[in-house]
Design a protein around this ligand. Structure first.
Ligand code: SF4
Length: 318
C-alpha cells in the first residue's frame, strides 16, 4: 500500500478520505465534475498539509493535486471528448508517397487543416420538386456569372452538373474540359468514360448518381484551376451539394479536395478513409484523368470506392 512519505500513514486514513471528499465537494461547487483518469495519484507533503488545514482556493491551487489530477473538463475539451466523428472506416494503408506525380500541380494556397467539426445540412431535406426549382435557379445564376474574367472569355457555356435529384452518391470533379464545354455536360470525354466504368463497377448507373465539378467553366487549355477560381465557384458547388444532400461525396482529385474540404493535403494522404462535409461522408480518391495516365492507381481507386459500396449495401435505402 502507498503511504504518505512524511508520516508513513496509509493513504486510507479517515483524515485523508475526509480531506479528499472536501476537495471534490469544492470542485463540484465550482461546477467541475469531470476529471480525466490518472493511473497514479502522488500525494505530496504539501497536499497532506493542505488536507489538514481549512480548504481555500489558494490551498487547492498550490497543492500538487491541482496540477496532477485535474485535466478538468471545459466546454472546449468536452466538445472534443464527446464529438461524434461518425463512422470511420479502417484506413487503407496509404502509400508513403504519391505513386506518381498528381495530374494537377499542387495549388499554391496556404495549407490549412481539415475541419474537425461534424455538422449537418443547413437546408431541410427538400422534396424533388423543390430541389429542381432551387437547382434551376442556381443554374441561372451560374450562367450569368462573370467572376473569373479569363474563364468567361474562354468558355462556350457553363457546365452546371447533372444527375439524380435525390442521389445517395455525388461525384465531384475538377473542371469542364473541351468535350464538356462543348456539350454542357460534366464528364463526357475520355475521363468521363472511365468514370462511367467506375460507376458501373460500383453497381450504380449514371442516372442514379449526381456529377458536378469544382468549376463550372472550362479553364483555357484545360489548365489547373487557380485557387481564386476555386474560391469564386465554391459557393455554387457547395450550394448544389446542400440542395442535393447526398450520403456520400466522392472527391475526384486535389482540386475537388480544395473546393469541398478546403484542404491542400494531397490525395494520397487523404484517401482511404472517410471525411465529412455537413451531413455527408466524403471519400477522396484520384481523378479519372489521372488514371488515364497512371493505370497503376486504378487499384487504389477501386479500393476507395469499395468502401462506399460496402456502406451503401450495408444501409440500403428505406
Ligand atoms: S468558374 Fe464559376 S465562379 Fe468562375 S466564372 Fe464560371 S461560374 Fe463563375
Amino acid at each position: 500500500m502507498e503511504t504518505n512519505s512524511d508520516s508513513n500513514q496509509p493513504l486510507t486514513t479517515p483524515a485523508l478520505r475526509h480531506g479528499l471528499a472536501q476537495i471534490l465537494k469544492c470542485y463540484a461547487a465550482g461546477g467541475l465534475r469531470r476529471f480525466n483518469r490518472v493511473n497514479q495519484v502522488v500525494v505530496s507533503p504539501n497536499l497532506t498539509a493542505n488536507l489538514n488545514s481549512p480548504l481555500t482556493d489558494n490551498a487547492l491551487t498550490t497543492s500538487r493535486l491541482a496540477t496532477e489530477i485535474p485535466a478538468i473538463s471545459s466546454p472546449a475539451t468536452d466538445r472534443l471528448a464527446t464529438q461524434k466523428i461518425g463512422p470511420v472506416a479502417a484506413p487503407i494503408a496509404a502509400p508513403a508517397a504519391e505513386p506518381v506525380a498528381e495530374l494537377s500541380a499542387e495549388p499554391k494556397v496556404a495549407r490549412v487543416s481539415l475541419p474537425l467539426t461534424v455538422s449537418t445540412w443547413q437546408l431541410p431535406n427538400l422534396p424533388e420538386s423543390e430541389r429542381l426549382e432551387k437547382l434551376n435557379h442556381l443554374n441561372t445564376q451560374v450562367q450569368a456569372c462573370r467572376k473569373c474574367e479569363e474563364l468567361v472569355c474562354y468558355r462556350r457555356q457553363t457546365v452546371f452538373g447533372e444527375g439524380k435529384l435525390q442521389p445517395r452518391v455525388c461525384f465531384f470533379g475538377e473542371a469542364p474540359g473541351a468535350d464538356e464545354d462543348q456539350q454542357g455536360r460534366p464528364f463526357v470525354g475520355a475521363a468521363g468514360k472511365l468514370l462511367m466504368d467506375i460507376i458501373k463497377a460500383m453497381r450504380l448507373s449514371r442516372e442514379e448518381v449526381y456529377i458536378l465539378n469544382s468549376l463550372k467553366c472550362r479553364p483555357p487549355q484545360n489548365r489547373t484551376p487557380l485557387p481564386e477560381e476555386v474560391d469564386n465557384c465554391r459557393p455554387y458547388a457547395l450550394t448544389q451539394l446542400e440542395i442535393l444532400q447526398p450520403e456520400f461525396i466522392i472527391l475526384l482529385g486535389a482540386v475537388a479536395v480544395q473546393s469541398v474540404l478546403q484542404s491542400t493535403e494531397s490525395v494520397g494522404r487523404l484517401r482511404g478513409r472517410f471525411h465529412h462535409f455537413h451531413g455527408a461522408r466524403v471519400l477522396v480518391t484520384y481523378h479519372p484523368a489521372y488514371l488515364l495516365r497512371n493505370a497503376d492507381a486504378k487499384k487504389l481507386v477501386w479500393a476507395d470506392v469499395q468502401m462506399v459500396m460496402r456502406e451503401l449495401e450495408a444501409n440500403p435505402p428505406n
